[in-house]
Ligand binder design. Structure first.
Ligand SMILES: *[C@@H]1O[C@H](CO)[C@@H](O)[C@H](O)[C@H]1NC(C)=O
Ligand SMILES: *[C@@H]1O[C@H](CO)[C@@H](O)[C@H](O)[C@H]1NC(C)=O
Ligand SMILES: *[C@@H]1O[C@H](CO)[C@@H](O)[C@H](O)[C@H]1NC(C)=O
Ligand SMILES: *[C@@H]1O[C@H](CO)[C@@H](O)[C@H](O)[C@H]1NC(C)=O
Ligand SMILES: *[C@@H]1O[C@H](CO)[C@@H](O)[C@H](O)[C@H]1NC(C)=O
Ligand SMILES: *[C@@H]1O[C@H](CO)[C@@H](O)[C@H](O)[C@H]1NC(C)=O
Ligand SMILES: *[C@@H]1O[C@H](CO)[C@@H](O)[C@H](O)[C@H]1NC(C)=O
Ligand SMILES: *[C@@H]1O[C@H](CO)[C@@H](O)[C@H](O)[C@H]1NC(C)=O
Length: 493
């Protein structure tokens, strides 16, 4: 599940991670260094104007205000500026397109880091050319925003890498690091610097190409050196909880496993609830909740895909953690499973509440049972499919089923379905995921060490077991819910 603070950092999640600059993103150091380097390149004229615009407190130093836009006070006072710190590239796309990607969460165009870079460049330019606009804009703010966003648009990954490098190589002295970089600009990187400054069609600033570079870098390295779940990059995860994580393959296999374990009544109910043309093939629609979660109509379902546990708790506490960002209780994956189970419960009683769409309840429940068992991300599944199963989802499913019917988990499997009270059960499922993520998330977290094989091999067995458990437990719930012979599930809502 989107154990937001702990689990999946790698994969496409990382593509978001680096562009999503929550207040922890590049961090103060990254912005400071960027602006310090910029200061060294300012012409005398530019320096004079900058000094004039800077607030007194900056004492003539541009770098002193380059994190201003990240300050909590600024972010909360200028709430509208939140979207301006990043670009929201679609999942698995690995490229950036201004028209497609530069908008805020409600779809308003130009509201992203590249749009903001244009915006504040234009404000500063127009003030130079026409003194009337001097009073229209607060140019001090324009300068501080621009200097910050140019840092953000170059950001890849997060502040941990900078902070670690600072400690390891530069005796925690930022100035020494800046000197090393300045030296490289004039030596090792010298031949490239001219191309860094290039900008098409005589534009003053080219944030689109900067954003493309960042996205490409993140994509290229996303699966390699990032140590998912390590201390590197655990901070921004809450923001990326919206990315398709477990994704298609994990959900499809979970549902296929469940489907094969359904008893006749449940099979019949599922068939009736699904569109006719699917002929009861539940797995065909198990990713539907991921497909609609960004649609306007279903945006409210977004928090239902994950649980937001506090940074360092390594535990799940329903009361503390199961809520959305506004604190509305039960709005998390554990609450949603209870909710949709209890809606479906009415189906067999023939008292289906007309407020609820039973088809949707079935799809949500099936999907969220996958989410709550999710640990880490899709990459592990994709890699396993490629390396061991010839990219054949059915083969992988057979192997998983073999392992719980007559293999490594067969002694275990009867306990997987122990469940008297659904509330206790979902709490258990979430706790299991968090424990796995915590235990493995921080292990091996040696910044800078490439761990990809070890990472993959150590986590794969857990991922497979979680898929198996999700499937077996989903079948258990559906069988209880739809089968007259079973006691009703005790669901909270
Ligand atoms: C442009 O700047 C103004 C003034 O700060 C701000 O109100 C507006 O939202 C900005 N727009 C974008 C796209 O950055
Ligand atoms: C411009 O913005 C700065 C920083 O927010 C603020 O201190 C200053 O008072 C503003 N200037 C005007 C003229 O509003
Ligand atoms: C500068 O270049 C050297 C040699 O390529 C490299 O070892 C060092 O890490 C670079 N410094 C910075 C701050 O990038
Ligand atoms: C760029 O500027 C140069 C000189 O100012 C001009 O000759 C050229 O046509 C401009 N190119 C574009 C694409 O605007
Ligand atoms: C059911 O749907 C899944 C996922 O779309 C698909 O892979 C599978 O072939 C379908 N099964 C049948 C029997 O149609
Ligand atoms: C329960 O389901 C209903 C109908 O889909 C929805 O309005 C409500 O927000 C859901 N609550 C939870 C906690 O999932
Ligand atoms: C229930 O939801 C499904 C999927 O969104 C939709 O296709 C169907 O028309 C809905 N049924 C009713 C009765 O609203
Ligand atoms: C099934 O168990 C075997 C034997 O321990 C193991 O090699 C294989 O990876 C397991 N497969 C899955 C999908 O868990």
């Amino acid at each position: 599940m989107g154990l937001s603070k702990f689990s999946w950092v790698s994969g496409m999640a990382t593509v978001f991670l680096q562009l999503v600059t929550g207040s922890f993103g590049w961090g103060q150091h990254g912005h400071y260094v960027t602006c310090k380097i910029a200061e060294g390149y300012l012409t005398e004229n530019a320096m004079a104007v900058v000094k004039e615009l800077l607030p007194k407190s900056a004492e003539g130093e541009l770098a002193a205000v380059c994190s201003w836009a990240d300050l909590f006070a600024v972010r909360s006072h200028y709430y509208w500026s939140r979207a301006l710190h990043f670009v929201d590239t679609p999942d698995f796309r690995c490229n950036y397109d201004y028209a497609r990607d530069c908008h805020d969460s409600s779809g308003r165009k130009n509201r992203c880091v590249t749009g903001a870079t244009y915006n504040y460049t234009l404000q500063l330019m127009s003030a130079c050319q026409n003194s009337a606009s001097k009073s229209r804009y607060n140019l001090t703010e324009a300068l501080m925003f621009l200097s910050h966003f140019v840092g953000d648009v170059h950001q890849v990954w997060d502040t941990e890498i900078i902070d670690t490098a600072l400690k390891r190589f530069y005796g925690s002295d930022l100035n020494i690091m800046i000197e090393s970089m300045q030296k490289n600009i004039t030596e090792d990187w010298y031949n490239y610097v001219e191309s860094w400054e290039e900008c098409d069609a005589n534009c003053t600033v080219c944030p689109n190409s900067y954003a493309s570079e960042s996205v490409k870098l993140a994509c290229k390295y996303a699966y390699r050196n990032a140590t998912p779940g390590s201390v590197l990059g655990v901070y921004c995860l809450i923001l990326i909880a919206g990315v398709q994580a477990w994704s298609k393959e994990g959900h499809t296999i979970t549902c296929k496993i469940a489907q094969d374990l359904l008893e006749p009544e449940a099979l019949d109910a599922v068939k009736k609830l699904l569109p006719d043309n699917l002929n009861g093939n539940l797995s065909a629609l198990c990713v539907w909740p991921d497909q609609v979660r960004h649609w306007y109509k279903y945006r409210w379902t977004s928090p239902l895909h994950f649980i937001d546990t506090p940074d360092d708790s390594c535990s799940f506490n329903y009361k503390r953690d199961c809520h959305d960002q506004h604190g509305v209780e039960d709005m998390c994956v554990a609450g949603a499973i209870q909710n949709y189970t209890s809606q479906l419960q009415h189906y067999r009683e023939g008292t289906a509440d007309r407020r609820y769409n039973m088809t949707e309840a079935l799809l949500f429940l099936s999907h969220f049972m996958g989410d709550i068992h999710q640990v880490w991300d899709r990459e592990i599944i994709l890699t396993a499919l490629k390396d061991y199963y010839d990219n054949d989802v059915d083969l992988l499913q057979q192997d998983i089923v073999g392992n719980f019917t007559n293999g490594i988990w067969s002694d275990d499997v009867s306990h997987w379905t122990d469940c008297n009270s659904l509330h206790t059960c979902v709490t258990k499922y979430a706790t299991e995921s968090i424990n796995i993520a915590c235990k493995w998330g921080y292990k091996d977290a040696e910044p800078g060490v490439t761990l990809s094989d070890e990472y993959f091999n150590s986590r794969l067995p857990f991922v497979m077991k979680r898929i198996a458990q999700g499937g077996v437990r989903l079948a258990m719930i559906l069988n209880k819910v739809f089968n007259q012979g079973h006691e009703a599930m005790i669901a909270a809502t």
